[in-house]
Design a protein around this ligand. Structure first.
Ligand SMILES: O=C(O)CCC(=O)C(=O)O
Ligand SMILES: [Fe+2]
Length: 368
């Protein structure tokens, strides 16, 4: 038992220091389709159509990164950053607390276990997070947040990883733009790498919970705040709520070579609810995986700060009548992200009203 070091688990994922126990075979998992980056890069018509369907139906899919240099670069960066994530989270708490910037009203930096709430009642989370803004990594922020030496030493890796994610993201935006029949470049031009935005890399670390707390939620149900999320998992724990009356929660199985990609609030707002941003959460990893510390690596893509969060015009969206007024000013992307990030931080949470005010598109399905 314990941390499962050595070769006992032949099906598990190998990490630098250990082999993680395998994801159990006998549990229900979410029916994510697998798309291929190689095909999307080649502008394959069937693959574009499959991406559009996946984005409307569940809003979650696997993207197989293998078989093309763009994807292989991302996978290499991912492996290296999992090691960095482990090294960072293994630092003494006082080192990590030096980069807790919550009191400055930012999502950037370290958040210790229990420093965010996961529901309206104010239940505390069970994971630690380190967020690195894209603008800081690329030197666009004139006043970047200080980082520990360990992270400073990985600057080039973080920069390459950010750029590798951007290649994938732009490919997805190009494909979705085509399917929505929007004027060429509409979505891409709202997500330019060199413009200020709240895109960021995140290292998540969820320690194993005491036996009495197995099954507990470590990251509460939410929709992602931005446009697209590129997530890598090595063990289970992530769950999505299946669309339908039963509101059933099922695990997402990590798949070798594939990222888990999901759409966030911005895509729902832009598309009048045609595209789906699905509820998800993280609970105790299944089976023996409950005994290990769970790390995950996320790249969150958000619209540029100045973009207004409202429905786009053009293409097939013009045929969708939601009855919504289109002269509503709409929050800027920067305001939307800040409101959603801060509303769950312990420093700002004052009760159920704070939670409600920090909501995004959860539960909305505007176009259908
Ligand atoms: O750790 C995971 O698998 C998912 C994390 C997540 O949903 C988030 O950080 O928004
Ligand atoms: Fe999420």
């Amino acid at each position: 038992m314990g941390d499962a070091t050595g070769t006992a688990h032949t099906n598990g994922v190998n990490t630098k220091s250990k082999t993680l126990p395998p994801f159990p075979e006998d549990i229900k998992t979410a029916p994510l389709v697998t798309l291929h980056l190689t095909k999307l890069l080649a502008n394959d018509a069937d693959e574009n159509a499959r991406l559009f369907e996946a984005s409307k139906n569940l809003g979650f899919f696997y993207l197989d990164m293998r078989g093309c240099p763009e994807g292989e670069t991302l996978l290499k960066g991912k492996d290296a950053l999992f090691e960095t994530a482990e090294e960072f989270h293994e630092l003494p708490l006082e080192e990590k607390l030096k980069c807790d910037y919550a009191s400055r009203g930012t999502y950037a930096g370290y958040k210790g276990v229990g420093r965010e709430v996961i529901d309206r009642k104010g239940t505390k989370d069970r994971n630690a997070i380190y967020n690195m803004p894209k603008d800081d990594i690329l030197g666009i922020n004139p006043d970047p947040y200080p980082v520990p030496p360990l992270i400073e030493a990985k600057h080039d890796l973080l920069e390459q990883y950010t750029k590798a994610n951007n290649v994938v993201l732009q490919t997805l935006f190009t494909s979705l733009n085509k399917s929505l029949q929007l004027p060429q470049g509409t979505l891409n031009n709202m997500h330019r790498l060199a413009e200020s935005s709240m895109c960021h890399v995140r290292f998540i670390c969820a320690p194993p919970q005491p036996p009495a707390d197995r099954g507990v939620t470590s990251l509460g149900e939410h929709t992602d705040f931005g446009s697209l999320t590129i997530l890598f998992n090595r063990v289970g724990g992530l769950q999505v709520q299946l669309p339908g009356e039963e509101k059933e929660w099922v695990y997402v199985k990590p798949v070798e070579g594939c990222a888990i990609i999901n759409l966030g609030d911005a895509m729902v707002v832009f598309s009048k609810g045609l595209l789906r941003s699905n509820l998800h959460r993280v609970i105790t990893p299944p089976g023996e995986q409950a005994n290990v510390t769970r790390y995950s690596l996320v790249y969150f893509c958000r619209p540029e700060n100045a973009v207004v969060m409202k429905a786009l015009k053009g293409g097939i969206l013009d045929q969708l009548d939601t009855g919504a007024k289109d002269d509503v000013p709409g929050e800027s992307s920067a305001e939307w992200m800040k409101r959603r990030h801060l509303g769950r931080k312990l420093e700002y949470f004052k009760g159920p009203e704070t939670w409600d005010n920090a909501r995004g598109t959860e539960g909305t399905r505007m176009a259908v």
